[in-house]
Design a protein around this ligand. Structure first.
Ligand SMILES: NC(=O)c1ccc[n+]([C@@H]2O[C@H](COP(=O)([O-])OP(=O)(O)OC[C@H]3O[C@@H](n4cnc5c(N)ncnc54)[C@H](OP(=O)(O)O)[C@@H]3O)[C@@H](O)[C@H]2O)c1
Length: 218
């Protein structure tokens, strides 16, 4: 398997975990803000593995800011990673798979912020809503080639990127109060949904978004 980030050195733990689980792991530097980097990363993966079975678009950046305060640079920063780079990564991978006549599976990691509105998350939410619609569009265009495209939309997941927001007990409690299951998701639960979508059990699913939100949007 290939794993990527802009800072590859931070992938050491993930690589160790995957190796322990029996995977052959290649770490690849990828910056979704650069289309040259996207091209290079896709070329490396196809060279190393000869093809690609499952692409998980998990990279994403967030922005917590009132719509009135957002700058054009912040809009670009979020959209370049969450949307533009992810679209062109899908395009490069989809094009190669179609060229090889190979089936494939793409899983986009969206968010409940792309489904329902929350205050101060407009740019992030817009990027994830577009990602959900991109999932439908690509699923339709590539279904005839055996390429399934689905998304997951997690609610709050207890990951380091959310630590700062969740450190405030009042904020934490207010967020928990909105969730019928009254807890945040774990990274393992998100990984479980990704594994399901990649598995033969989901062979008849494409263009869909699986909400993983403890009932938040029910
Ligand atoms: N945690 C939550 O509550 C939650 C809820 C719903 C959805 N999500 C979504 O789940 C995904 C993972 O979230 P997380 O909480 O695990 O965030 P995270 O810890 O910040 O991880 C984000 C990953 O994306 C990589 N990345 C960021 N910008 C990139 C770029 N331009 N090119 C390539 N890689 C880039 C980061 O690596 P580098 O910094 O080294 O580039 C990092 O590995 C995101 O798409 C997020 O929107 C998270």
């Amino acid at each position: 398997m290939a794993i990527s980030a802009t800072r590859v050195e931070r992938l050491a733990d993930t690589a160790r975990g995957a190796k322990r689980a029996g995977a052959q792991v290649t770490r690849i530097a990828l910056d979704l803000r650069s289309l040259a980097s996207v091209d290079a990363a896709v070329a490396k993966v196809f060279k190393a593995f000869g093809g690609l079975d499952v692409l998980v678009n998990n990279a994403g950046v967030t922005l917590r800011k009132a719509a009135l305060q957002v700058t054009a640079d912040e809009w670009e920063e979020v959209m370049q990673t969450n949307l533009r780079g992810t679209f062109f990564l899908c395009q490069k991978v989809g094009g190669r798979l179609i060229g090889q006549g190979a089936p494939g599976c793409i899983i986009n990691v969206a968010s409940t912020h792309g489904v329902v509105a929350f205050p101060n998350r407009s740019i992030y939410g817009i990027s994830k809503a577009a990602l959900i619609h991109m999932t439908r569009m690509l699923a339709l265009e590539w279904a005839g080639h055996g390429i399934r495209v689905n998304a997951i939309a997690p609610g709050t997941v207890d990951t380091p990127s959310r630590a700062e927001a969740l450190a405030d007990p009042e904020v934490r409690q207010a967020m928990l109060d909105r969730i019928p299951l009254h807890r945040f998701a774990t990274a393992r639960e998100v990984a479980g949904a990704v594994c399901f979508l990649a598995s033969p059990q989901a062979a008849y699913m494409t263009g869909q978004t699986l909400l993983l939100d403890g009932g938040l949007t029910a």
